[in-house]
Design a protein around this ligand. Structure first.
Ligand code: GLN
Length: 568
């Protein structure tokens, strides 16, 4: 399918998504789902998140407050919504997909210090709003048909105002024919009255209109669906055509149903009509097949996720999503049991918590709290043959556990946890020694990893390619002084980062794998940032297959099982 080149009469179209009434309504999922539909119609899409908070990026934010920090190929530390974008679109985002008020102000102030404003008074309008428009425009390119920009927060937030003003101006300058506003609002169900109420949504639209934004679409989040009356009422009072009032009631099984919900209401055609794009068929075959697999699992496997931030729903969002993707590619349902790693330290009956578990994941993390509990879970996996997948800190912890309990190095540790450890198995990377600022200074983004052993499980999972690309976010690494000792005791280094082929001693350990274990594999990378429902990550797939084999006591060999087709 060819799309005509961009020119003045056929510019890149822009869709802006705003939110009303409450936060956490799933604006990210709605934005990503719209992106999916456009891609399924053959359009070339870019997507970005405009976040009104003052942090320059979310990298320094506590996952307890803000959920996981996502990482792009080019090393940006971003809001977790970029994860939704990549998973739904099955295409990578870049640092241009993440914009915060902090990053905008930082650029404006840098420009001011560099004398770029010619002595003018630097103000929110026009300087901050101009900078916001410039960053939106940065995604706008000849090979991009549609840019989707999600405005974080809720209309009415003081800090969101410059963004709202900037997108209003942007639409005015670009032309309303080429820009479209989608407002996602909450429609509460009042139990005592037995009714859903539209007033808060109406008020949020009024707030938008105060700024000068008139939504073209309303997407209504509710527990129950909208009745015809409610749709008509919203249409009349919010000044939105009835067909453009979209019902986004909670989906029964999975968020991956949302694109289907939108297609059923013809959102793809309505959007094309609104933006003057040619209406095309929206090919949902691969997506529908994937959702049908989610809905008909043949079996369940129980996976323990042992981490520190268990109480925040979204602290390990990409990890739980990747487990799910891999599960449904095997026609399984993953029952994910979140275990707070501290609880494995205190409780005498800690082993009870791991009974009946088919696989254990220790995800990334920082700091001492709960670290010893993670080591216990890993020891349990290693000794009892339960499949184990370690991610970043989960690889470092697996190495320390091995050093302590197999090599007998009782004081083995990471210098992150104990600077004075006699056996520092994990140490600060050389490149980190002079780092003072904590924001944006880790080893971030994609690095190549050479797979060193064709016969390893690692290579089998990755389909025996020579080099894989994975994303990173860490400061510490495996201490090469211990490599030989580990290898002699049965730990294999199946993936290495080799920056200089002439000096192999400088390589970094990226993937470790235990010999003679059904599945004990850990990586310094974050493969969870590269999994999508239509293309599950190979390591998660291998792990889920092994967990299933464990559950069925070897009767089903997960490795060779059915996979849904990846998009061509
Ligand atoms: N804290 C460890 C490091 O900085 C692991 C980081 C992570 O798991 N993302 O190396």
């Amino acid at each position: 399918m060819t799309t005509p080149k961009r020119d003045r009469d056929n510019p890149t179209r822009h869709i802006f998504i705003t939110g009303g009434v409450a936060s956490s309504l799933g604006k990210g999922i709605a934005s990503a789902s719209i992106g999916r539909l456009l891609i399924n119609m053959g359009f070339r899409v870019r997507i970005q998140k405009l976040d009104p908070y003052l942090n320059v990026d979310p990298g320094t934010m506590n996952p307890f407050q803000h959920g996981e920090v996502y990482v792009t190929d080019d090393g940006a530390e971003t809001d977790l919504d970029l994860g939704h974008y990549e998973r739904f679109l099955n295409q990578p985002c870049s640092k241009h997909s993440t914009v915060t008020a902090g990053s905008i102000y930082q650029t404006v102030i840098q420009k001011e210090r560099a004398g770029k404003y010619n002595g003018g008074t630097v103000q929110v309008i026009p300087h901050v709003t101009d900078q916001i428009k410039e960053t939106i425009r940065a995604l706008d390119a000849p090979d991009v048909d549609v840019v989707i920009s999600e405005v974080g927060g809720t209309v009415g937030d003081i800090e969101g105002l410059p963004f709202m003003e900037a997108v209003r101006q942007f639409a005015h300058e670009t032309g309303r024919a080429y820009t479209c506003f989608v407002h996602l609002a909450y429609i509460p169900f009042i139990r005592a009255a037995g009714e859903i109420k539209t007033k808060p949504a109406q008020h949020s639209v009024q707030k938008l209109r105060e700024i000068g934004i008139i939504p073209d679409f309303m997407m209504c989040r509710s527990e129950k669906g909208l009745t015809k009356d409610v749709r008509e009422k919203l249409s009349l009072f919010c000044n939105v055509e009835t067909a453009n009032v979209i019902d986004l009631a909670d989906v029964p099984v999975s968020v991956y149903e949302v694109p289907q919900v939108l297609v059923k209401q013809d959102v793809h055609t309505l959007l094309c009509k609104r933006l003057g794009l040619p209406a095309r068929e929206c090919d949902m075959k691969a997506w529908d097949l994937m959702v049908s697999h989610i809905k008909k699992p043949k079996d369940t496997v129980t996976i323990a996720l042992v981490g520190k931030y268990i109480n925040h729903q979204d602290a390990y969002k990409s990890v739980t999503e990747s487990i799910d993707h891999a599960a449904f590619s095997h026609l399984l349902k993953a029952n994910i049991v979140r275990i707070e790693s501290d609880s494995l330290e205190k409780d005498d009956a800690w082993m009870e918590k791991l009974k009946g578990i088919d696989g254990i994941v220790v995800p990334g993390g920082f700091g001492k709290r709960g670290f010893e509990g993670k080591l216990r879970a890993i020891r349990f996996a290693r000794e009892s043959g339960v499949p184990y997948l370690g991610l970043c800190l989960g690889m470092q912890a697996a190495s320390i556990e091995f050093a302590r309990n197999v090599l007998g190095l009782a004081d083995a540790n990471s210098t992150e946890m104990n600077e004075k450890s006699k056996d520092p198995i994990i140490v600060l990377m050389d490149s980190q020694r002079d780092v003072v600022q904590i924001g944006g200074t880790m080893r971030l983004g994609t690095y190549p990893c050479t797979l060193t052993k064709k016969t390893s499980r690692t290579s089998r999972c990755y389909k025996e390619v020579d080099v894989v690309l994975e994303r990173h976010r860490h400061r510490y690494e495996f201490n090469n002084a211990y490599r030989q000792q580990f290898e002699q005791a049965g730990m294999q280094f199946t993936g290495l980062y080799i920056p200089d082929a002439a000096a192999p001693d400088n390589s970094l350990v990226e993937i470790i794998e235990l010999k003679d274990h059904p599945f004990f594999l850990a990586t310094q990378a974050h493969p969870e940032f590269k999994s999508s429902p239509v293309e599950p990550h190979p390591l998660f797939r291998g792990f889920l297959g092994a967990a299933w084999k464990h559950k069925t006591k070897g009767q089903v060999d997960g490795e060779g099982m059915h996979t849904i087709s990846a998009e061509g």
